[in-house]
Ligand binder design. Sequence first.
Ligand code: AMP
Ligand code: ZN
Length: 469
Amino acid sequence: MADIFLTNTLTHKKEKFIPINPPKVGMYTCGMTVYDYAHIGHGRKYVTDDILKRVLTVNGYKVEHVQNVTDVGHLVSDADEGEDKLEKGAAKQGKTVWEVAEFFTNNFYESMDKLNIEKPNFICKATDHIKEQIELVQKLMDKEFAYDTPEAVYFDISKFPKYGEAFGQKLEDKKVAVRGEVQTGEHKKNPADFTLWFKRIGRFENHTMHWDSPWGDGFPGWHIECSAMSMKYLGEQIDIHTGGEDHISIHHPNEIAQSEAATGKTPFVKYWLHTAFLMVDGRKMSKSLNNFYTVEDVEKKGFDPLDLRYLYLGAHYRDPLNFTWDSLEASQTALSKLKSQIFQLHQSSAGEPNRTVLSEDKEIKIEEYRNEFSEAINDDLNTARGLAVLWSMLGSNIPSGDKYDLAMSFDEILGLKLNETKSIEIPENISSLMEERDRLRSEGKFEEADKIRDRIKDAGFDVSDKSLK
Ligand code: AMP
Ligand code: ZN
C-alpha cells in the first residue's frame, strides 16, 4: 500500500495515514441539516469526502463510511442564533417539519448524485437514533459529565479539562464562539456548557419534534447525534471524521468532549479533516445568508454538474474557493476539451497495433505518470496537481491506448466520468471537413466525400451521415 498523507486538524500537520485496524477504515461525515436546499457549497465539502474515500479505496483500504442526516432542528451554526432551523424551514414552506426534512434529504442526495458522489455505506437520520442519543446522555449523567436543569441537560465542560484544546483553541475564544447558545441556558454553570437534551418548556413549549426521556419530554441537542451514531456504526474510536471548517469551533470540540468523556478512550477520532468554504463575494455560501446556488441552478444555466466538480478539484480542499460563473465557464471549457481528447484517444487507439511492443523509455514514462498522479493525490488529496499530471500525460508522446487507460485509472479518483462523451467539443478543422463532405455528397460526388470521411476518421472521429458520434 502506498503512503497517504492527510492534514490532521488535531495537529495542524500533514501526517502519514495509519488506520486503527487496516485494511478497514472507519470514516464519519457530518451530514446536512435538512431544512433548505443543498447548495454548491455543500457540493464542495462532500466532493472532498468523495475524493478521500476513492483515494483510500484505490489504495486498497476497505472504507466504511457513515453520514448522518440532521433532521431534528438545532439551534446553533451559521449565525441564525437561537432559532430552530427545521421549524423555521417548515414555516417558510408551509409544511410539517417531517415533510420538510424528507423533501430536503431527497434533494440533498439527488444533488450529490449529480456531482458523482458515491453514497455512504450508512446514511443515518438523527430521528431514527433517539434511543442511542438518550443512552449516551445517560452515560454522561452517570459519569457526572452532565447535569440536569429545569430547561435542559448540559455537558459540564469543567469536568473535561481538555475541553476546546483539541484543535488548539483557547477556552476564552470559545466563550465568544458559543454566545448564540448562551441565551438558552438560564441554569448553565458555564457559558460554554452545551446542551445534550432540550426540554419542551419555555420557548420550546410547542416544539414539534419531541420524545420521552429520563429528563422529561424534549429533543436532543445537535452535537450528541454525531457521537451516538458514529459509535453505533463504527465503534468508540474511529479513523477519520470530516466536516466543513465551521465545525472546528463548536461542533467537533463538543463531539470530542462528550465522546471521550463517555468512553474514557482517547482519541475519539484519529484524523480530523476539514474542508474550507466555497465563498461568494468574499462570504461563505450558506443557507442562512441566502447567498447560495443549487446544483439545479447550475444546470439551468447550461452547465453539467461535473463542470462544477472539475472546478472544485482545481483548488486544494483546505483553501477557500471563491465561486464565480466565469470560473465555472472556464472549468466547463477545460472539461469539455478533456473529454474531447479522451474520446479521440479512444477512437484512435481502437485501431492501434500491438500495444505490448513499447520502447523502454515509453514504458518508463507511463509508469512515471502513474506514480506522479498517485503521489499528488496521496499527498493530502492534491487534486489540482493530479489534474495537471493528467493534462501533461495527455500532451506526451506515449501511445493513445496507454493514454486512454491512464486517464481512465486517474478518473477512478477524479470521478469526472471522462469516458462519457456526450458533450464532445468538435475541433474547427473537423467541422470544416464535415461541411465539405456534406457539400460533396449533396453534389453527388460520393467518392470524394468518402475520402474526406477517411480523413475525419484518421483524426479520430467517426462520421455517420451528417453527425459525429
Ligand atoms: P449544514 O447543513 O449547514 O450543517 O452543512 C453541512 C456541511 O456542509 C457542514 O459540514 C458544513 O460545514 C458544510 N458546508 C456548508 N456550507 C458550506 C460552504 N459554503 N462551503 C463548504 N462547506 C460548506
Ligand atoms: Zn457532526
